[in-house]
Write a protein that binds this ligand. Sequence first.
Ligand SMILES: Nc1nc2c(ncn2[C@@H]2O[C@H](COP(=O)(O)OP(=O)(O)OP(=O)(O)O)[C@@H](O)[C@H]2O)c(=O)[nH]1
Ligand SMILES: [Mg+2]
Length: 434
Amino acid sequence: MAMTTSLTWMQEKKLQIGLGGKKFSLLYKASVHEISLSNLFEIFCNQGPILILIYGDHVIGAYVSENYQRETPVSILLFAFQETKISSCNIGPYKLVKLFGETVCEPKDLEFYINLWTQKVTMDLKIIKKLNLPECQNISFQECEVFRCEDLLDTRKLQGVTEFRESLLSALRTYKPYRELVHQTRILLLGPIGAGKSSFFNSVKSVFRGHVTHQALVGSDTKGITEQYRTYSIKDGKDGKSLPFILCDSMGLDEEEGMCMGDILHILKGHISDRYQFNFMKPITPGHGNWNDFPLLQDRIHCVAIVLDAKSVEDLSSEMVAKIKRIRREMIKCGMAHVVLLTNVDSMTLIRKGDLIDIYRCMPVKLKLEAVHEKLGFALSDILVVSNYTSEWDLDPVMDVLILSALRQMLWAADDFLEDLPPEETDRPPLSTS
Ligand SMILES: Nc1nc2c(ncn2[C@@H]2O[C@H](COP(=O)(O)OP(=O)(O)OP(=O)(O)O)[C@@H](O)[C@H]2O)c(=O)[nH]1
Ligand SMILES: [Mg+2]
């Protein structure tokens, strides 16, 4: 039988959080392993913190935070799952051998005792009360599991993240747009008011600058914060070279006000230049100071990132959904590469910093991606997830990796767009570097 835990995702998550950011590796499962008591203790020995779970009508657990040595008494945190919460109490110091009822002791002398052979847990009434369990001293169970507990972000993992961050940085520094048809790939950040468009630009800039910066104004205002079209070229470090991409920040989309559809199409085609002051009442017209009559390939947008706040995906109004779907249809019509950028994952319930390292595997995030896919029609593989720098003072390698991975994905999508252009649009000599 496969060694998979009987814990639900939600129970595991609650335990992870409750035990201070731990991940669990299954060492023993009663229905799989046939071992003697002494073998069982061998498995426990020197594993660091361990977690024992018992599955009956309730899931009951014992967490030992100290490294187990056969004769050393340890404190034990007992807990039981109720519907939505966990009740807990401490017992001990206790020799762990007693937990599984070594014959030297009578079970009745013990506060808590697991008998793997009769598949019963015996508990002191005081403990039963503290754990909010039905008043029955002998509780039957069907399964018992033992886990090794490690920090979600241990030193080895952090080292791996730091190395991955460096390799992403170096790949992005040396990235060249497809066939070098343009010097810098243009990525347009488009999305509802307050979705985190400007924050994403600030985040990318912060990573390359080496410290958190907030060049673009961010905040919350029902009418939106960004009112100008901004095309940001980012330098590698303070005085370094310009990086091979430009992030274009736009006014937020809104049901009534916000950016006009006409302006979006003009931006995609490269007609609108930096610092255009949006007017939600009417789109730009030729002759305007920010209007470019003859945009080149380098002025056009090569990839659009539809930015959405992960927390409010389900709350998007039907008008906003219709608007985004219309934009998607327009993008498909003109072959525009696009991705979805889900921001604000750090604020989602049950998501902790340690989860960011493996964010695409987190159940609430998977459900979010499904929701975006179902509501707006975007392919699951085109949905990227980030946590922007908003209130942090220092850079964090795990957040950096998400931000840089998202950026790399956008550049790859832009390359597909450039590669897919008809020859008459690309068969001009590559641009000079002046
Ligand atoms: N916790 C958290 N907050 C975020 C994140 N991204 C953005 N925010 C916050 O969300 C709010 C809106 O962010 P902005 O970057 O101004 O959003 P915008 O899409 O540029 O908004 P407009 O310019 O008004 O359309 C700000 O208060 C940000 O601090 C994120 O990933 N995590
Ligand atoms: Mg903004």
